[in-house]
Design a protein around this ligand. Structure first.
Ligand code: IPM
Ligand code: MG
Length: 366
């Protein structure tokens, strides 16, 4: 099994390093190969997704991705911006199904900005369509762009579109995922305003006919955003388009205490996948050793479960994360009174130790 390691920019390299160490602590044989992606690749090769990186990603059985982006690339023409690397990987590899589980760990109930009773036991799964929508509309409003900006222009535009097969396949993914959970799907749209999402709603409803055992509810995106903070536990599987999914998954992440806890999987039709934390490159804290590596470590668990069929190893990582949280270790983003603040490396050390089955007392404070 070969895993492509693409650390990227900002905190990407720090958090990915910890996740790779956790992978190494399992007694499984993997071949890993690392490549540049995002701004780091642009700096070295003049392109955010060099041919060699794309080739490695294509050939690997799974991809572990950190994060891309930094303000210093804001003046680049859009096709050269670091974000194009992740968008390009998703599109080129057909990674259309994005799983973003929002789980509130009991140890972190108090880290949420919502009242503990609203989030205790929260376990929702956002399934975001990842290769269509306004993200990949054609034509794109670039006619008048200069260095990615629009000096003196009168308009810019992006087009929103979805095709029937694109909606059908993500709807199947959502209904099948719901069958393994509490058999309830909320499809989020904006059918009251947008043609694309009336079509989305119609197609999801058609596909639902094949899943009579699963309950389907439709919800407008503005209401969904509100319900997510009002009564998040009323949701189970949420399926939505690329743009709404981007926004709602960040919102859902925060319910759990920190976006630094949220893993994600982006899968193709054969369950080959790219695994990345749901958060971004956080350039403001990059290189300081304070970023939370748990989202990336938990992404490795998802990789083991969804693509590499190593459920026992995935369980080991997830329980190791639980045990370091129970031991009171916290990075700054999830720290609260009475817990021990640790940095990226110490958090990684603790998970590695827990995976290896040894107990280790961490005294490092940052
Ligand atoms: C995400 C990110 C990306 C997206 C960016 C970095 C292109 O926000 O994975 O949610 O918008 O999809
Ligand atoms: Mg996002």
């Amino acid at each position: 099994m070969k895993i492509a390691i693409l650390p990227g920019d900002g905190i990407g390299p720090e958090i990915v390093a910890e996740a790779v160490r956790v992978l190494g602590a399992l007694d499984l044989k993997f071949e890993t190969e690392t490549a540049l992606v995002g701004g780091a690749a642009y700096d070295a090769h003049g392109h955010p997704l060099p041919e060699a990186t794309l080739k490695l990603a294509r050939e690997a059985d799974a991809i572990l991705f950190g994060a891309v982006g930094d303000w210093k690339y804001d003046k680049l023409d859009r096709p050269l911006r670091p974000e194009q690397a992740i968008l390009g990987l998703r599109k080129q590899l057909g990674l259309f199904a994005n799983f973003r589980p929002a789980l509130c760990y009991p140890q972190l109930t108090h880290a949420s900005s919502l009242k503990p009773e609203l989030v205790a036991g929260l376990d929702i799964l956002i399934i975001r369509e990842l290769t269509g929508d306004i993200y990949f509309g054609q034509p794109r409003g670039r006619r008048t762009a200069v260095d990615g900006h629009f000096p003196g222009a009168e308009e810019a535009f992006d087009t929103m579109r979805y095709s029937r097969p694109e909606i059908e396949r993500i709807a199947h993914v959502a209904f099948q995922a719901a069958r393994k959970r509490s058999k309830k799907v909320t499809s989020v749209d904006k059918a009251n305003v947008l043609e694309t999402f009336q079509f989305w709603k119609d197609v999801v409803t058609e596909v639902h006919a094949q899943y009579p055992d699963v309950e389907l509810q439709h919800m407008y995106v503005d209401n969904a955003a509100m319900q997510l903070v009002k009564a998040p536990k009323a949701f189970d599987v949420v399926v939505t388009g690329n743009m709404f999914g981007d926004i709602l998954s960040d919102e859902a992440a925060m319910l759990t205490g920190s976006i630094g806890m949220l893993p994600s999987a982006s899968l193709d039709k054969d369950n080959k996948g790219l695994y990345e934390p749901s958060h971004g490159s956080a350039p403001d804290i990059a290189g300081k050793g304070v970023a939370n590596p748990l989202a990336t470590i938990l992404s490795v668990a998802m990789m083991l479960r969804y693509t590499l069929n190593q459920n026992a190893a995935a369980d080991r990582i997830e329980s190791a994360v639980q045990s370091v949280l129970s031991a009171g270790l916290r990075t700054g983003d999830i720290w609260s009174e009475g817990t021990t603040k640790v940095g990226t490396r110490a958090m990684g050390d603790a998970v590695v130790a827990a995976v290896a089955g040894t107990t280790k007392t961490i005294t490092t404070k940052t």
